[in-house]
Design a protein around this ligand. Structure first.
Ligand code: 13P
Ligand code: SF4
Length: 355
């Protein structure tokens, strides 16, 4: 076969749509060859979630991803999620190689809390204990006393409140306000939001509830107050998933990223799941309730990062050392209080009120 013909055939093959089953098989082989384990978040593509579970990895919330990556013996962790999740894995396991399908996948909360202004904010309030959400850069964590995730923010701040400590909180103002309401703690809040959860609408949710009076309302605490106030349960992604499987109800309105529905449908196949509204009937456009950065992860990119041995997460050793303290404090707390993350602090509460 002459060279131009061979080039034409190769080009045509490259243009053919990839067979999903073949791609998954290739990904499985590469994970095994590189002694790598896939640590995925519930918001990434369903195919990646399935692949993680089929290959001995995990699909989890931020807290469980951090614990799983730290405790797993694999030399390489492939974190399918957003940048802060990969950084947390690296901070907890600096000796491991941490890869991500797309290193550009970030988070609006991380972007909304740059390290320098945050450090100035902390400097201006030296009397406060600095508590940061997991959705922050390693440099921001390096300045914090505690890191928390949505599954343990309330019990940890309640614990600080009992010790008489005043809190400086960053970056999610909705989660910060929710934690403040639940604990009564003295909290000074940074002002950033999640581009996905901030779009859920309280008034539209009220209308939807009237149409579905038997539906239970499940809300991630990054949502606005008017949405949280209508919740039967407020919790992390894992806690919302558990509620769908355990609550005595057939219908749920869910206010979180639509990626979680994949696992919810697998674990509670008979139940009806409705997406909480992101816009009014008069609106010309509706937010899709799917994180644009989580959506950057797919099986092809996973293959690419493993086969090319894509660029691993690299962090300055001093930043790792400083950031590790606040993460380990959280992990020690949840290990010592296992019930604290089993159910949200609010429990299966009745509606708190209307929007
Ligand atoms: P979870 O820790 O509840 O999974 O939340 C992470 C996140 O980014 C939600 O938007
Ligand atoms: Fe960040 Fe929101 Fe995306 Fe979660 S869903 S990673 S908080 S932008």
């Amino acid at each position: 076969m002459n060279a131009p013909v061979r080039t034409a055939i190769l080009k045509r093959q490259a243009a053919l749509p990839a067979d999903p089953a073949a791609l998954k098989q290739r990904a499985r082989e590469l994970l095994a060859r590189h002694n790598a384990v896939l640590v995925a978040h519930y918001y990434v593509d369903g195919e990646l979630q399935d692949l993680a579970l089929e290959t001995g990895g995990c699909v989890a919330d931020s807290l469980e991803m951090a614990r799983f990556g730290r405790d797993h013996p694999a030399r390489t962790l492939v974190v399918a999620g957003v940048r802060f999740m990969g950084e947390t894995a690296k901070i907890l396991s600096p000796e491991k190689r941490v890869l991500m399908p797309d290193l550009e996948a970030t988070c609006s909360l991380d972007l909304g809390c740059p390290a320098e202004p945050f450090a100035s904010f902390c400097d201006a309030h030296p009397d406060r204990t600095v508590v940061v959400y997991a959705n922050t850069s390693a440099a921001v964590k390096a300045r914090a006393d505690w890191m928390v995730t949505s599954s343990c923010a309330v019990p940890i701040v309640a614990h600080l409140q009992e010790r008489g400590e005043k809190v400086l909180w960053a970056p999610d103002r909705h989660l910060g306000r929710y934690v403040q309401q639940q604990t009564g703690a003295d909290m000074l809040l940074w002002d950033a939001t999640c581009v996905v959860h901030d779009e859920f609408k309280g008034i539209e949710l009220e209308l939807m509830r009237r149409e579905h009076p038997r539906a239970k309302v499940l809300v991630h605490p990054e949502s606005p107050d008017g949405v949280i106030r209508q919740a039967d349960l407020v919790g992390s992604t894992t806690q919302l998933l558990r509620a769908v499987t355990e609550m005595d109800a057939d219908e749920f309105i869910v206010a979180t990223d639509a990626g979680l529905f994949h696992r919810m449908r697998q674990l509670a196949p008979g139940k009806t799941l409705l997406e909480a509204p992101t816009a009014g009937t008069s609106a010309t456009c509706k937010a899709c309730a799917h994180c644009p950065w989580m959506a950057m992860n797919d099986v092809e990119k996973l293959i690419h990062c493993l086969s090319e041995q894509g660029a691993p997460i690299e962090l300055n050793a001093d930043v790792i050392r400083k950031a590790r303290t606040c993460i380990e404090r959280m992990l020690d707390f949840v290990a010592a209080h296992p019930l604290a993350t089993k159910a949200p602090a609010s429990g299966f509460v009745p509606h708190l009120g209307t929007a």
